[in-house]
Design a binder for this molecule. Structure first.
Ligand code: BGC
Length: 279
């Protein structure tokens, strides 16, 4: 079994996102949690969205506050329009505005096609795709209202859509999930095109296999991990911090000219590793 590469903690410049207000959805576990913490470490004030598990959200808030920035937990189901409108409204009231949205909340409800219920299909589309649409829409209203504040950032707002390698890799037994991420890709690109003239940058991150609760079965035994590593040329399962650092970079002015891109953070999973020896 590969050992988890422990990510260096001091790689994030503490003032990179100073004065910026970030909302991370699904931020009480996995990639969302690591991203919320990394944004806080970079100096942003952070709203930690969650739908279940308030204690976990409170822990994330406490960790972020320990960096000397503000944090708050907001419960909302991203697929419920009124709840998203309420959450963004409350953030603007409490934090003054929003500069960064990481539309991360996502889920899997796996089943072979012939056994997949309409409810399983719909739920995954609702959370993974419609949820990102609703959050992007509400955040963008505030970005447009406020415009660019040059002392804070060169852009009026940043949206980072959490996609997946499965926006391009078909995935048997997961048609709802793969379809939702394919949708995220085109939604992201379309929003990027629409919003760029308003100085809003929309991009996506496509994680590969990251060690989080969503895919525990794929890495929590040595046999499963060995199987998984066959799909990863870089020969390690990703850590949530691998994604968090990408999100901090994309959200910062270091990446101000990056618009409408998907950043694959996947250890080479999208490089067709099966062809390393075949073809
Ligand atoms: C899925 C994981 C999977 C990974 C690579 C992610 O988007 O949520 O379950 O391990 O893609 O296949």
């Amino acid at each position: 079994m590969q050992s988890t590469a422990s990510a260096p903690r001091d790689v994030i410049p503490a003032h990179l996102l100073k004065g910026q207000k970030a909302l991370v959805t699904g931020a009480n576990s996995g990639i969302g949690k690591a991203t919320a913490i990394a944004l806080g470490r970079a100096g942003a004030d952070v709203v930690v969205n969650y739908v279940t598990g308030p204690e976990q959200a409170d822990e994330v808030v406490a960790q972020i506050e320990s960096f000397g920035v503000r944090a708050a937990a907001h419960q909302a189901d991203v697929s419920a329009e009124d709840q998203v409108v309420g959450m963004v409204g409350r953030m603007v009231e409490e934090f003054g505005t929003i500069d960064i949205l990481v539309a991360n909340a996502g889920m899997q409800r796996d089943a072979p096609l012939t056994e997949m219920t309409l409810a399983q299909w719909q739920k995954v589309l609702d959370v993974n795709l419609t949820g990102q649409f609703l959050c992007a829409r509400e955040a963008s209203k505030e970005f447009v209202r406020r415009g660019v504040v040059p002392e804070v950032s060169r852009s009026a707002g940043k949206i980072i859509c959490m996609s997946s390698v499965h926006q391009v890799i078909p995935w048997s037994g997961h048609v709802n999930y793969a379809a939702s991420k394919g949708g995220v890709q085109m939604m992201m690109a379309t929003l990027a095109q629409e919003l760029a003239p308003k100085k809003i940058r929309v991009n996506a991150i496509a994680p590969g296999a990251i060690r989080t609760p969503i895919n525990r079965d794929a890495w929590d035994t040595p046999e499963a991990e060995d199987d998984l590593l066959r799909l990863i040329p870089y020969d390690r399962v990703g850590d949530p911090e691998d994604i968090a650092y990408a999100a901090v970079s994309l959200a910062s002015d270091l990446m101000d000219y990056v618009v409408g891109t998907t950043l694959y953070v996947d250890g080479g999973m999208t490089l067709f590793p099966g062809f390393a020896t075949g073809g």
